[in-house]
Design a protein around this ligand. Sequence first.
Ligand code: APR
Length: 232
Amino acid sequence: MRVVVLTGAGISAESGVPTFRDADGLWEGHRVEDVATPEAYDAQPQLVQEFYDARRAALAHVAPNPAHEALGRLERALGDDLFLVTQNIDDLHERGGSQHVHHMHGELRSALCRACGSRVAWDGPLVDFPGCPGCGLTELRPDVVWFGEVPYGMDEILVHLQRADLFVSIGTSGAVYPAAGFVTFAARHGARTLELNLVPSEGSAFFDEARHGPAGVLVPAWVDEVLGEVMA
Ligand code: APR
């Protein structure tokens, strides 16, 4: 059985990473267009760097929760039959045991050089505009996909969605495309579809089945079910 799992901010909520669109959302104090667009970066690079520097530093104070760990277990059982694509820029899937994670919106622990295009592993701040290890120019920006930019690896994602027997969406509001369209795309290509989210998402009606509750409970239970079927 080929499974595609899409995750969003909700899977990291119980780890203490704020979501974007819930009441205590990440953007409090910052309008999204002030920090998450190329135009914002051109206008106020310092503010944008500080915003993402703070998010990157905060990773040291959070840990994966049972939902991330359950997906790590699923990968060990299914191998290449699992494709995990996340909109999250945190590293909690990796720390939860997943070795192959497709970060379609980029990663906090990576920097992108606007001069040479290098993507380099990055753990420290960028606000002091350090030189790029590739070309030496001081053009490193957060390696995150901003509104108006194209997500990473769309071709590969669509191939996996086309082949999927099961598509599962976890902890995402269904408000941001292209990820919000994955459910209908996968269904059109024959996949069964399942939503696991705290409350019905904007796209909830498009799923064959929807279960509502905290990811830390729903995801381990669902993974146990799948592993039971696979082993049977
Ligand atoms: N368990 C499961 N789901 C949860 C939990 C939880 N503990 N807590 C919150 N949720 C759900 C919310 O109900 C909401 O539907 O997670 C969803 C989070 O939605 P958003 O905050 O919109 O996050 P996401 O869907 O990942 O946002 C998509 O928007 O701003 C951009 O690039 C950013 O990747 C992000 C994209």
